[in-house]
Design a protein around this ligand. Structure first.
Ligand code: AHR
Length: 516
Protein backbone atom coordinates (compact mmCIF):
# COMPACT_ATOMS: atom_id res chain seq x y z
CA UNK A 1 0.00 0.00 0.00
CA UNK A 2 1.32 3.47 -0.90
CA UNK A 3 1.94 5.88 1.96
CA UNK A 4 1.02 9.53 1.62
CA UNK A 5 1.95 12.16 4.18
CA UNK A 6 -0.15 15.24 4.86
CA UNK A 7 1.43 18.03 6.89
CA UNK A 8 -1.17 20.18 8.60
CA UNK A 9 0.07 23.44 10.11
CA UNK A 10 -2.38 23.97 12.91
CA UNK A 11 -0.90 27.37 13.75
CA UNK A 12 -1.05 28.71 10.21
CA UNK A 13 -4.51 29.97 9.35
CA UNK A 14 -5.16 31.09 5.81
CA UNK A 15 -8.41 32.35 4.29
CA UNK A 16 -11.89 32.08 5.77
CA UNK A 17 -13.93 29.30 4.12
CA UNK A 18 -17.17 31.20 3.63
CA UNK A 19 -20.18 29.06 4.46
CA UNK A 20 -21.60 29.85 1.00
CA UNK A 21 -18.93 27.61 -0.58
CA UNK A 22 -21.35 24.83 0.42
CA UNK A 23 -24.30 26.41 -1.42
CA UNK A 24 -27.11 24.84 -3.42
CA UNK A 25 -28.97 25.64 -6.62
CA UNK A 26 -32.71 25.10 -7.15
CA UNK A 27 -34.17 25.90 -10.55
CA UNK A 28 -37.67 25.58 -11.94
CA UNK A 29 -36.60 22.51 -13.84
CA UNK A 30 -38.18 19.07 -13.91
CA UNK A 31 -39.06 17.89 -10.41
CA UNK A 32 -36.56 20.14 -8.67
CA UNK A 33 -39.05 22.57 -7.16
CA UNK A 34 -42.48 21.02 -7.78
CA UNK A 35 -42.76 17.54 -6.19
CA UNK A 36 -39.17 17.59 -4.96
CA UNK A 37 -39.44 20.57 -2.64
CA UNK A 38 -42.87 22.05 -2.90
CA UNK A 39 -46.11 20.08 -2.86
CA UNK A 40 -49.79 20.83 -2.94
CA UNK A 41 -51.76 20.63 0.30
CA UNK A 42 -53.87 17.78 -1.13
CA UNK A 43 -50.75 15.72 -2.00
CA UNK A 44 -50.86 13.96 1.36
CA UNK A 45 -47.08 14.50 1.68
CA UNK A 46 -46.26 16.11 5.04
CA UNK A 47 -45.35 19.76 4.46
CA UNK A 48 -45.23 23.17 6.03
CA UNK A 49 -46.66 25.90 3.79
CA UNK A 50 -46.12 23.53 0.87
CA UNK A 51 -42.46 22.79 1.68
CA UNK A 52 -41.85 19.09 2.24
CA UNK A 53 -40.97 18.35 5.83
CA UNK A 54 -38.72 15.38 5.03
CA UNK A 55 -36.76 17.47 2.52
CA UNK A 56 -36.48 20.48 4.83
CA UNK A 57 -35.20 18.26 7.67
CA UNK A 58 -32.60 16.65 5.41
CA UNK A 59 -31.41 20.01 4.11
CA UNK A 60 -31.11 21.41 7.63
CA UNK A 61 -28.89 18.48 8.54
CA UNK A 62 -26.31 19.47 5.93
CA UNK A 63 -26.62 23.10 7.02
CA UNK A 64 -27.49 24.44 3.56
CA UNK A 65 -26.05 27.95 3.78
CA UNK A 66 -27.50 29.54 0.64
CA UNK A 67 -29.83 28.66 -2.24
CA UNK A 68 -29.65 30.13 -5.73
CA UNK A 69 -33.09 30.55 -7.34
CA UNK A 70 -35.07 30.64 -9.75
CA UNK A 71 -32.53 29.53 -12.41
CA UNK A 72 -30.50 28.76 -14.49
CA UNK A 73 -31.84 29.34 -17.97
CA UNK A 74 -35.26 29.72 -16.35
CA UNK A 75 -34.10 32.94 -14.67
CA UNK A 76 -33.81 34.86 -17.93
CA UNK A 77 -37.41 34.02 -18.83
CA UNK A 78 -38.82 34.54 -15.35
CA UNK A 79 -41.02 37.52 -14.67
CA UNK A 80 -41.25 37.72 -10.91
CA UNK A 81 -44.63 39.45 -10.83
CA UNK A 82 -46.16 36.26 -12.28
CA UNK A 83 -45.25 34.53 -9.02
CA UNK A 84 -46.86 36.79 -6.40
CA UNK A 85 -50.42 37.32 -5.19
CA UNK A 86 -53.18 34.74 -4.74
CA UNK A 87 -51.98 31.41 -6.12
CA UNK A 88 -55.13 30.62 -8.05
CA UNK A 89 -54.82 33.80 -10.10
CA UNK A 90 -51.09 33.56 -10.86
CA UNK A 91 -50.17 33.50 -14.50
CA UNK A 92 -49.52 30.06 -16.00
CA UNK A 93 -46.63 29.96 -18.43
CA UNK A 94 -44.69 27.41 -20.47
CA UNK A 95 -41.30 26.41 -19.17
CA UNK A 96 -39.68 26.63 -22.59
CA UNK A 97 -36.22 25.57 -21.48
CA UNK A 98 -37.18 22.49 -19.55
CA UNK A 99 -39.59 20.09 -21.17
CA UNK A 100 -42.15 22.67 -22.33
CA UNK A 101 -44.30 21.89 -19.30
CA UNK A 102 -46.81 24.19 -17.65
CA UNK A 103 -45.40 26.40 -14.90
CA UNK A 104 -48.18 27.64 -12.67
CA UNK A 105 -45.97 29.99 -10.67
CA UNK A 106 -47.24 28.63 -7.38
CA UNK A 107 -43.68 28.77 -6.02
CA UNK A 108 -42.65 32.42 -6.21
CA UNK A 109 -40.81 35.06 -4.21
CA UNK A 110 -42.78 34.60 -0.95
CA UNK A 111 -42.42 30.82 -1.09
CA UNK A 112 -38.70 31.06 -1.78
CA UNK A 113 -38.06 33.31 1.19
CA UNK A 114 -40.25 31.09 3.38
CA UNK A 115 -37.97 28.20 2.41
CA UNK A 116 -34.87 30.22 3.31
CA UNK A 117 -36.40 31.11 6.67
CA UNK A 118 -37.27 27.49 7.35
CA UNK A 119 -33.72 26.37 6.57
CA UNK A 120 -32.04 29.40 8.13
CA UNK A 121 -30.10 30.00 4.93
CA UNK A 122 -29.18 32.98 2.79
CA UNK A 123 -31.02 33.95 -0.39
CA UNK A 124 -29.33 34.23 -3.77
CA UNK A 125 -31.82 35.55 -6.32
CA UNK A 126 -30.91 35.42 -9.97
CA UNK A 127 -32.42 38.33 -11.92
CA UNK A 128 -33.60 38.40 -15.51
CA UNK A 129 -31.31 40.39 -17.75
CA UNK A 130 -32.20 38.47 -20.93
CA UNK A 131 -35.92 39.05 -21.42
CA UNK A 132 -36.70 41.25 -18.41
CA UNK A 133 -36.60 45.01 -18.27
CA UNK A 134 -34.43 47.22 -16.10
CA UNK A 135 -37.57 48.48 -14.36
CA UNK A 136 -38.70 44.92 -13.60
CA UNK A 137 -35.39 44.16 -11.92
CA UNK A 138 -35.40 47.45 -10.06
CA UNK A 139 -38.90 46.72 -8.76
CA UNK A 140 -37.98 43.22 -7.64
CA UNK A 141 -35.15 44.60 -5.54
CA UNK A 142 -37.55 47.13 -4.00
CA UNK A 143 -40.21 44.47 -3.40
CA UNK A 144 -37.79 42.21 -1.57
CA UNK A 145 -35.71 44.66 0.40
CA UNK A 146 -37.34 48.06 0.85
CA UNK A 147 -38.17 48.86 4.44
CA UNK A 148 -40.47 51.89 4.23
CA UNK A 149 -43.38 53.24 2.28
CA UNK A 150 -43.10 52.62 -1.47
CA UNK A 151 -45.22 51.13 -4.25
CA UNK A 152 -43.42 47.79 -4.09
CA UNK A 153 -43.30 47.52 -0.31
CA UNK A 154 -47.05 48.29 -0.25
CA UNK A 155 -47.67 45.50 -2.76
CA UNK A 156 -45.55 43.14 -0.65
CA UNK A 157 -47.63 43.99 2.41
CA UNK A 158 -50.86 43.47 0.45
CA UNK A 159 -49.52 40.02 -0.38
CA UNK A 160 -49.07 39.25 3.29
CA UNK A 161 -45.52 40.30 4.09
CA UNK A 162 -44.95 43.63 5.79
CA UNK A 163 -41.27 43.27 6.69
CA UNK A 164 -38.65 43.17 3.95
CA UNK A 165 -36.55 40.04 3.56
CA UNK A 166 -32.79 39.76 3.81
CA UNK A 167 -31.23 39.09 0.41
CA UNK A 168 -27.49 38.51 0.51
CA UNK A 169 -26.79 37.88 -3.18
CA UNK A 170 -28.24 39.09 -6.46
CA UNK A 171 -27.15 37.73 -9.85
CA UNK A 172 -27.55 39.79 -13.00
CA UNK A 173 -28.49 37.24 -15.63
CA UNK A 174 -27.50 33.64 -16.23
CA UNK A 175 -25.25 32.24 -18.95
CA UNK A 176 -25.71 35.39 -21.03
CA UNK A 177 -23.29 33.84 -23.53
CA UNK A 178 -25.84 31.01 -24.07
CA UNK A 179 -29.48 30.52 -23.04
CA UNK A 180 -29.45 33.93 -21.36
CA UNK A 181 -29.19 35.88 -24.61
CA UNK A 182 -26.27 34.58 -26.72
CA UNK A 183 -24.40 37.79 -26.03
CA UNK A 184 -20.82 38.74 -26.74
CA UNK A 185 -18.88 39.69 -23.63
CA UNK A 186 -18.89 43.35 -24.65
CA UNK A 187 -22.69 43.32 -25.01
CA UNK A 188 -23.14 41.66 -21.64
CA UNK A 189 -20.71 44.13 -20.04
CA UNK A 190 -22.81 47.03 -21.33
CA UNK A 191 -25.99 45.42 -20.05
CA UNK A 192 -24.41 44.64 -16.70
CA UNK A 193 -23.39 48.27 -16.27
CA UNK A 194 -26.89 49.45 -17.13
CA UNK A 195 -28.93 47.02 -15.03
CA UNK A 196 -26.74 47.27 -11.96
CA UNK A 197 -27.10 51.08 -12.00
CA UNK A 198 -30.80 50.78 -11.20
CA UNK A 199 -30.55 48.12 -8.52
CA UNK A 200 -31.28 50.44 -5.59
CA UNK A 201 -30.51 48.45 -2.53
CA UNK A 202 -31.36 49.98 0.83
CA UNK A 203 -30.39 46.98 2.96
CA UNK A 204 -27.95 47.78 5.78
CA UNK A 205 -25.57 45.38 4.12
CA UNK A 206 -26.32 45.56 0.39
CA UNK A 207 -26.61 42.39 -1.64
CA UNK A 208 -23.45 41.19 -3.33
CA UNK A 209 -23.90 41.68 -7.07
CA UNK A 210 -22.83 38.76 -9.19
CA UNK A 211 -22.01 39.15 -12.87
CA UNK A 212 -22.32 36.40 -15.45
CA UNK A 213 -18.89 34.96 -15.86
CA UNK A 214 -17.44 32.43 -18.26
CA UNK A 215 -18.54 29.04 -19.47
CA UNK A 216 -15.80 26.88 -18.00
CA UNK A 217 -12.50 27.66 -19.67
CA UNK A 218 -13.59 30.71 -21.68
CA UNK A 219 -10.85 33.01 -20.37
CA UNK A 220 -11.58 35.58 -23.07
CA UNK A 221 -14.99 36.26 -21.51
CA UNK A 222 -13.44 36.99 -18.11
CA UNK A 223 -10.78 39.23 -19.63
CA UNK A 224 -13.21 41.25 -21.76
CA UNK A 225 -15.80 41.60 -19.02
CA UNK A 226 -13.27 42.84 -16.50
CA UNK A 227 -11.77 45.20 -19.04
CA UNK A 228 -15.16 46.88 -19.36
CA UNK A 229 -16.51 46.47 -15.86
CA UNK A 230 -13.63 46.59 -13.41
CA UNK A 231 -13.59 49.99 -11.77
CA UNK A 232 -10.22 50.95 -10.42
CA UNK A 233 -10.03 53.08 -7.27
CA UNK A 234 -13.68 52.55 -6.48
CA UNK A 235 -15.20 50.31 -3.87
CA UNK A 236 -15.79 46.92 -5.39
CA UNK A 237 -17.41 44.71 -2.80
CA UNK A 238 -20.96 45.87 -2.17
CA UNK A 239 -20.37 48.16 -5.03
CA UNK A 240 -20.22 47.65 -8.70
CA UNK A 241 -19.42 43.97 -8.96
CA UNK A 242 -18.83 41.63 -6.03
CA UNK A 243 -18.74 38.27 -7.73
CA UNK A 244 -18.01 36.71 -11.08
CA UNK A 245 -19.83 33.47 -11.77
CA UNK A 246 -18.26 30.42 -13.40
CA UNK A 247 -20.25 27.46 -14.68
CA UNK A 248 -18.67 24.07 -15.17
CA UNK A 249 -20.31 20.71 -15.82
CA UNK A 250 -18.52 17.40 -16.09
CA UNK A 251 -19.82 15.54 -19.17
CA UNK A 252 -18.06 12.22 -19.36
CA UNK A 253 -17.09 12.15 -23.05
CA UNK A 254 -18.56 15.54 -24.05
CA UNK A 255 -22.00 17.12 -24.53
CA UNK A 256 -23.06 14.50 -27.11
CA UNK A 257 -21.97 11.54 -25.02
CA UNK A 258 -22.50 12.37 -21.37
CA UNK A 259 -22.17 8.78 -20.20
CA UNK A 260 -24.35 6.79 -17.86
CA UNK A 261 -24.84 7.73 -14.22
CA UNK A 262 -24.49 4.12 -13.03
CA UNK A 263 -23.22 1.88 -15.84
CA UNK A 264 -19.66 3.03 -16.19
CA UNK A 265 -16.32 1.30 -16.49
CA UNK A 266 -13.43 1.68 -14.06
CA UNK A 267 -11.69 3.76 -16.76
CA UNK A 268 -14.70 6.06 -16.91
CA UNK A 269 -14.47 6.46 -13.15
CA UNK A 270 -10.93 7.84 -13.59
CA UNK A 271 -12.02 10.04 -16.50
CA UNK A 272 -14.74 11.55 -14.31
CA UNK A 273 -12.11 12.40 -11.68
CA UNK A 274 -9.95 13.97 -14.39
CA UNK A 275 -12.89 16.07 -15.62
CA UNK A 276 -13.58 17.13 -12.04
CA UNK A 277 -9.94 18.09 -11.54
CA UNK A 278 -10.03 20.26 -14.65
CA UNK A 279 -12.25 22.65 -12.68
CA UNK A 280 -9.25 23.39 -10.43
CA UNK A 281 -7.17 24.35 -13.47
CA UNK A 282 -9.98 26.52 -14.83
CA UNK A 283 -10.48 28.34 -11.55
CA UNK A 284 -6.77 28.95 -11.16
CA UNK A 285 -6.63 30.63 -14.57
CA UNK A 286 -9.66 32.81 -13.96
CA UNK A 287 -8.17 33.70 -10.58
CA UNK A 288 -4.93 34.73 -12.31
CA UNK A 289 -6.87 37.08 -14.59
CA UNK A 290 -8.76 38.48 -11.63
CA UNK A 291 -5.51 38.96 -9.72
CA UNK A 292 -4.29 41.32 -12.43
CA UNK A 293 -7.34 43.56 -12.12
CA UNK A 294 -8.22 43.01 -8.51
CA UNK A 295 -5.14 42.06 -6.47
CA UNK A 296 -6.99 42.87 -3.26
CA UNK A 297 -9.42 40.06 -4.05
CA UNK A 298 -12.59 42.06 -3.66
CA UNK A 299 -14.37 40.28 -6.48
CA UNK A 300 -15.11 36.69 -5.59
CA UNK A 301 -15.24 33.74 -7.93
CA UNK A 302 -18.72 32.27 -7.63
CA UNK A 303 -19.02 28.76 -9.06
CA UNK A 304 -22.79 28.96 -9.09
CA UNK A 305 -23.36 25.90 -11.28
CA UNK A 306 -21.14 22.85 -11.22
CA UNK A 307 -21.40 19.10 -11.06
CA UNK A 308 -21.66 15.84 -12.98
CA UNK A 309 -24.08 15.89 -15.90
CA UNK A 310 -24.80 12.34 -17.07
CA UNK A 311 -27.43 10.94 -19.42
CA UNK A 312 -30.97 11.47 -18.21
CA UNK A 313 -32.36 8.29 -16.64
CA UNK A 314 -34.19 6.14 -19.15
CA UNK A 315 -37.95 6.40 -19.02
CA UNK A 316 -37.92 9.93 -17.56
CA UNK A 317 -38.65 13.19 -19.37
CA UNK A 318 -35.34 14.14 -21.10
CA UNK A 319 -36.04 17.81 -20.32
CA UNK A 320 -36.10 17.05 -16.59
CA UNK A 321 -32.42 16.07 -16.24
CA UNK A 322 -33.06 13.38 -13.66
CA UNK A 323 -30.04 11.15 -12.95
CA UNK A 324 -28.97 8.68 -10.28
CA UNK A 325 -26.00 9.42 -8.04
CA UNK A 326 -23.25 6.98 -7.03
CA UNK A 327 -19.98 6.88 -5.10
CA UNK A 328 -18.39 8.33 -8.23
CA UNK A 329 -20.44 11.50 -7.67
CA UNK A 330 -19.52 11.50 -3.99
CA UNK A 331 -15.77 11.26 -4.55
CA UNK A 332 -15.71 13.82 -7.37
CA UNK A 333 -17.78 16.23 -5.24
CA UNK A 334 -15.39 15.79 -2.32
CA UNK A 335 -12.42 16.39 -4.61
CA UNK A 336 -13.96 19.67 -5.84
CA UNK A 337 -14.97 20.79 -2.35
CA UNK A 338 -11.40 20.31 -1.14
CA UNK A 339 -10.25 22.45 -4.10
CA UNK A 340 -12.81 25.16 -3.24
CA UNK A 341 -11.65 25.21 0.39
CA UNK A 342 -8.06 25.61 -0.71
CA UNK A 343 -8.98 28.47 -3.04
CA UNK A 344 -11.20 30.22 -0.50
CA UNK A 345 -9.09 33.35 -0.72
CA UNK A 346 -10.81 33.93 -4.07
CA UNK A 347 -13.84 31.64 -4.17
CA UNK A 348 -16.69 33.16 -2.20
CA UNK A 349 -19.58 30.88 -3.11
CA UNK A 350 -20.38 27.71 -5.04
CA UNK A 351 -23.77 26.17 -5.83
CA UNK A 352 -23.85 22.55 -6.89
CA UNK A 353 -26.39 21.72 -9.62
CA UNK A 354 -28.93 20.94 -8.39
CA UNK A 355 -30.48 20.42 -4.96
CA UNK A 356 -33.28 17.89 -5.63
CA UNK A 357 -34.11 15.50 -8.52
CA UNK A 358 -31.98 17.37 -11.08
CA UNK A 359 -28.41 16.48 -12.17
CA UNK A 360 -26.02 15.86 -9.24
CA UNK A 361 -28.65 16.11 -6.53
CA UNK A 362 -28.55 15.90 -2.76
CA UNK A 363 -31.97 14.26 -2.61
CA UNK A 364 -34.17 12.17 -4.89
CA UNK A 365 -37.89 11.90 -4.38
CA UNK A 366 -40.64 9.65 -5.65
CA UNK A 367 -44.09 10.54 -4.37
CA UNK A 368 -43.82 10.66 -0.59
CA UNK A 369 -40.47 8.82 -0.56
CA UNK A 370 -37.10 10.52 -0.32
CA UNK A 371 -33.57 9.19 -0.72
CA UNK A 372 -30.32 10.84 0.36
CA UNK A 373 -27.65 10.49 -2.31
CA UNK A 374 -23.93 9.78 -1.79
CA UNK A 375 -23.29 13.44 -2.72
CA UNK A 376 -25.62 14.48 0.12
CA UNK A 377 -23.44 12.60 2.58
CA UNK A 378 -20.34 14.38 1.34
CA UNK A 379 -22.01 17.71 2.13
CA UNK A 380 -22.85 16.29 5.56
CA UNK A 381 -19.21 15.30 6.14
CA UNK A 382 -17.79 18.62 4.93
CA UNK A 383 -20.26 20.89 6.73
CA UNK A 384 -17.85 21.66 9.59
CA UNK A 385 -15.64 23.59 7.19
CA UNK A 386 -18.34 26.25 6.86
CA UNK A 387 -17.08 29.60 8.16
CA UNK A 388 -13.89 27.99 9.51
CA UNK A 389 -10.34 29.11 8.72
CA UNK A 390 -8.45 27.14 6.13
CA UNK A 391 -5.22 25.71 7.58
CA UNK A 392 -2.06 25.41 5.58
CA UNK A 393 -1.53 21.82 4.52
CA UNK A 394 0.72 20.05 2.06
CA UNK A 395 0.94 16.51 0.70
CA UNK A 396 3.96 14.41 -0.08
CA UNK A 397 4.06 11.01 -1.74
CA UNK A 398 0.89 11.68 -3.70
CA UNK A 399 0.80 10.25 -7.21
CA UNK A 400 -1.27 10.80 -10.34
CA UNK A 401 -3.76 8.22 -11.55
CA UNK A 402 -2.96 7.00 -15.04
CA UNK A 403 -4.09 9.54 -17.62
CA UNK A 404 -6.78 8.16 -19.85
CA UNK A 405 -7.06 10.62 -22.65
CA UNK A 406 -4.69 12.94 -24.39
CA UNK A 407 -7.05 15.76 -23.64
CA UNK A 408 -6.19 19.01 -21.84
CA UNK A 409 -9.71 19.10 -20.39
CA UNK A 410 -8.97 15.83 -18.60
CA UNK A 411 -5.68 16.49 -16.81
CA UNK A 412 -3.88 13.99 -14.62
CA UNK A 413 -5.55 13.78 -11.24
CA UNK A 414 -3.78 12.91 -7.98
CA UNK A 415 -4.93 9.90 -5.98
CA UNK A 416 -5.55 11.86 -2.80
CA UNK A 417 -7.14 15.23 -2.12
CA UNK A 418 -7.32 16.94 1.25
CA UNK A 419 -8.13 20.14 3.05
CA UNK A 420 -8.06 21.16 6.71
CA UNK A 421 -9.68 23.97 8.64
CA UNK A 422 -9.96 25.22 12.21
CA UNK A 423 -13.31 26.37 13.57
CA UNK A 424 -13.92 28.96 16.25
CA UNK A 425 -13.85 26.26 18.97
CA UNK A 426 -10.29 25.42 17.91
CA UNK A 427 -11.29 22.05 16.43
CA UNK A 428 -9.52 20.91 13.30
CA UNK A 429 -11.57 19.28 10.56
CA UNK A 430 -9.78 17.36 7.84
CA UNK A 431 -11.51 15.97 4.77
CA UNK A 432 -9.89 13.43 2.47
CA UNK A 433 -10.88 11.79 -0.79
CA UNK A 434 -9.28 8.83 -2.52
CA UNK A 435 -9.83 9.13 -6.26
CA UNK A 436 -8.23 5.78 -7.04
CA UNK A 437 -10.68 3.10 -8.14
CA UNK A 438 -8.41 0.35 -6.79
CA UNK A 439 -5.65 1.49 -4.40
CA UNK A 440 -6.13 1.85 -0.68
CA UNK A 441 -3.82 4.53 0.70
CA UNK A 442 -1.94 4.60 3.94
CA UNK A 443 -2.23 8.20 5.17
CA UNK A 444 -0.06 9.82 7.82
CA UNK A 445 -1.17 13.22 9.09
CA UNK A 446 1.78 15.15 10.51
CA UNK A 447 1.25 18.08 12.87
CA UNK A 448 3.52 20.30 14.92
CA UNK A 449 1.70 19.62 18.20
CA UNK A 450 -0.07 16.28 17.73
CA UNK A 451 0.15 15.52 21.44
CA UNK A 452 -2.43 18.15 22.25
CA UNK A 453 -5.06 16.69 19.91
CA UNK A 454 -7.22 13.58 19.95
CA UNK A 455 -9.26 12.21 17.07
CA UNK A 456 -12.70 13.07 18.39
CA UNK A 457 -14.63 11.84 15.40
CA UNK A 458 -13.80 10.02 12.24
CA UNK A 459 -16.31 8.98 9.62
CA UNK A 460 -16.14 7.41 6.21
CA UNK A 461 -18.26 7.12 3.07
CA UNK A 462 -17.55 4.07 0.98
CA UNK A 463 -19.52 1.86 -1.38
CA UNK A 464 -20.23 -1.74 -0.39
CA UNK A 465 -18.19 -4.36 -2.11
CA UNK A 466 -19.58 -7.05 -4.39
CA UNK A 467 -18.09 -9.56 -6.81
CA UNK A 468 -18.83 -7.32 -9.84
CA UNK A 469 -17.90 -4.10 -8.07
CA UNK A 470 -15.25 -4.91 -5.44
CA UNK A 471 -14.62 -1.26 -4.48
CA UNK A 472 -18.27 -0.21 -4.58
CA UNK A 473 -17.69 2.42 -7.27
CA UNK A 474 -21.28 2.18 -8.49
CA UNK A 475 -22.92 1.91 -5.09
CA UNK A 476 -25.92 4.19 -4.77
CA UNK A 477 -29.14 4.63 -2.88
CA UNK A 478 -32.43 3.81 -4.55
CA UNK A 479 -36.05 3.76 -3.43
CA UNK A 480 -35.70 -0.01 -3.04
CA UNK A 481 -32.44 0.24 -1.08
CA UNK A 482 -32.39 3.76 0.38
CA UNK A 483 -29.57 3.16 2.89
CA UNK A 484 -27.04 1.22 0.92
CA UNK A 485 -24.57 4.11 1.01
CA UNK A 486 -24.35 5.98 4.29
CA UNK A 487 -21.78 7.54 6.56
CA UNK A 488 -20.12 5.01 8.85
CA UNK A 489 -17.87 5.55 11.84
CA UNK A 490 -14.20 4.85 11.17
CA UNK A 491 -12.45 3.55 14.25
CA UNK A 492 -8.96 2.72 13.06
CA UNK A 493 -7.21 6.07 13.46
CA UNK A 494 -3.93 5.58 15.32
CA UNK A 495 -1.99 8.32 17.03
CA UNK A 496 1.79 8.38 17.37
CA UNK A 497 4.35 11.03 18.28
CA UNK A 498 4.20 12.72 14.85
CA UNK A 499 0.48 12.71 14.23
CA UNK A 500 -2.31 10.39 13.10
CA UNK A 501 -2.23 7.33 10.87
CA UNK A 502 -5.13 5.78 8.96
CA UNK A 503 -6.02 3.79 5.86
CA UNK A 504 -8.09 5.56 3.24
CA UNK A 505 -9.78 2.87 1.15
CA UNK A 506 -10.04 3.17 -2.63
CA UNK A 507 -12.95 5.32 -3.82
CA UNK A 508 -13.81 6.73 -0.41
CA UNK A 509 -14.34 10.03 1.41
CA UNK A 510 -13.27 10.60 5.01
CA UNK A 511 -13.83 13.28 7.65
CA UNK A 512 -11.72 13.57 10.76
CA UNK A 513 -12.21 15.98 13.67
CA UNK A 514 -9.27 16.65 15.96
CA UNK A 515 -10.01 18.22 19.32
CA UNK A 516 -7.76 19.47 22.13
O1 AHR B 1 -28.46 23.31 -14.45
C1 AHR B 1 -29.08 23.13 -15.68
C2 AHR B 1 -28.80 24.24 -16.66
O2 AHR B 1 -27.45 24.22 -17.00
C3 AHR B 1 -29.03 25.64 -16.19
O3 AHR B 1 -30.35 26.05 -16.32
C4 AHR B 1 -28.16 26.44 -17.10
O4 AHR B 1 -27.73 27.64 -16.51
C5 AHR B 1 -27.02 25.49 -17.43
O5 AHR B 1 -26.74 25.45 -18.76
Amino acid sequence: MKTIEITVKEDHKKSRIRKEIYGQFAEHLGRGIYEGLFVRPESGIPNEDGIRTDVADALREIKVPVIRWPGGCFADEYHWMDGIGPRESRKKIINTNWGGVLEDNSFGTHEFFRLCEMLGCEAYINGNIGSGTVKEMEDWMEYITFDGESPMSRLRAENGRKEPWRMKFFGLGNESWGCGGNMFPEDYAARYRLYQSFLHDSQKEPAEKIAVGPAGDDYDWTEKLLEKCYRRNQPQRHGFMDGLSVHYYMYLHGWDDKGSALSFTDEEWVLTMQRAYYLKKILEKHAEILDRYDPEKKIGLVVDEWGNWFRTEEGTNPGFLYQQNSMRDAVSAGLNLNVFNKMSDRITMTNIAQMINVLQSMLLTQGAEMVKTPTYFVYRMFRDHQDADLLESAVSGNYDLSVLADDPTAPAVPALSESASMNEKGEINITLTNQSAEDDLSVRILMSEPKSYTAACCEILQGDSSFEDPHGLRAHNSFEEPERVRIQPYTQVRKDETGFVLTLPAASVMHLTLRK
